[in-house]
Design a protein around this ligand. Sequence first.
Ligand SMILES: C[S@@+](CC[C@H](N)C(=O)[O-])C[C@H]1O[C@@H](n2cnc3c(N)ncnc32)[C@H](O)[C@@H]1O
Length: 207
Amino acid sequence: MPTMNESSYFLPVNKVEAERLMMQHTVLIDALGGRLVCAPIDLSKPGLKILDSGTADDTSFYIHNISKPWPETELGTFDLVHQRLTLPGGAPTPLATIVRQLFDLVKPGGWIQLVEAEQTGPDAGSVFHEFLGLVRALFDATGAGWHYADNLKQWLEDAGAVDVHDMTVNMGFGKKNENPDLAAGSARCTAQAMEGLVMHAKSMDAT
Ligand SMILES: C[S@@+](CC[C@H](N)C(=O)[O-])C[C@H]1O[C@@H](n2cnc3c(N)ncnc32)[C@H](O)[C@@H]1O
């Protein structure tokens, strides 16, 4: 969890953002059929060592910038490495390098699960399209680009991972979500993200 000036995280780091992430978490878990971890790991096994890289607000914290190599003592020690919606924050370090560094943390027989969003919304309305356009422009400006989710499987295989699976789900935001509570909550959390991203974009050097 780097400090703001070390990372390219676009949104404020505060309680309101933590609540927005929790709403987004609920939408994503719903899209994944109620699961957080899809990797076939037996989580009831005692003594598992699990890393949630780029976690939001509910675990013990270890400060690390994902764009940098991880401490050697941690390499090959994790039963499960999970990272969600964090990868572009490591730019301009190539995202393939960040994935390889994360994979190096996994012990033999362990699992890594990466969850990232494609910034696309084929059926979205015009405002959401504009929002996605802004997200894509910001991610392009950092060097992350915005089409990386499709590359995760290849990058993991290049890093040496075997038994690699990918899965695509739709996240329903606003009216696109059939659950009325999630529809209302996700509309609010998207509006909040828009506000933060517009502020960030306005503060950027235009040169
Ligand atoms: C969109 S939030 C996702 C939080 C959480 N993983 C989730 O899915 O709810 C992105 C997180 O990545 C972290 N982050 C951004 N850039 C990072 C970097 N270079 N190294 C480590 N963490 C980073 C931010 O601090 C933030 O907690």
